[in-house]
Design a protein around this ligand. Sequence first.
Ligand code: CTP
Ligand code: MG
Length: 233
Amino acid sequence: ARTAAVIPAAGRGVRLGPGAPKALRTLGGTPMLIHAVRAMAASRAVSLVVVVAPRDGAAEVKTLLDAHTLPERTDFLVVPGGENRQDSVKAGIDALPPGYDTVLVHDAARPLVPVDTVDAVIEAVRDGAVAVVPALPLADTVKEVEPRADGPEPVLSTPARARLRAVQTPQGFERATLVRAHETVTENVTDDASMVEQLGLPVVVVPGHEEAFKVTRPLDLVLAEAVLARRRK
Ligand code: CTP
Ligand code: MG
């Protein structure tokens, strides 16, 4: 029962602002993508990492991976990504060789996830869950609104915060379930587990980690650099 990690890294990073594709932007001098690959490879259970590169950047990503040291036990593959995240994940799944029964899907934009979180997700899949997501309770109260571009937005409801979780990656799956989810679900979604939910199959949450935050906006880069600096002390 081997485990592979698919890393969607084909996004532009529009919300981060102008510059190189987000996964190639550096943290502590090292591309975010390399941090993310190392975070997956840090788990002794992960023996293959499939990187989904920007469509015109697969060769560059391959060169980058060759230039950085990874654990001896870890193989990697690079495939070109798609129009949206879901297409990119699908491209990664399609490239998986036989023999990997557990598959993680991990955003390149979450470069600092600790290995304990990765291992907890893998363990829950190996214990029998078909889909596992790491997540954290929310700090902010959340409101559902009627979205409006031109003025104050009416509030529709306030879900009980204690029942809400903010979802991170890596999300872990029994391979056959993930494949079926991607073959069946057509509408656009923002995470892979929700496609498994749409199949009517159970998804479970394990504790996430605050360092598994997604680098989305410029302020997130400041936080990521600070986390790295603290680790290097
Ligand atoms: N992703 C991908 N292929 C796409 C779009 C996104 O592989 N066509 C990946 C990103 O590279 C990222 C992850 O999905 O690792 C999460 O997406 P997000 O944080 O939204 O990154 P971007 O789409 O690059 O950022 P933005 O939405 O701000 O453009
Ligand atoms: Mg995006």
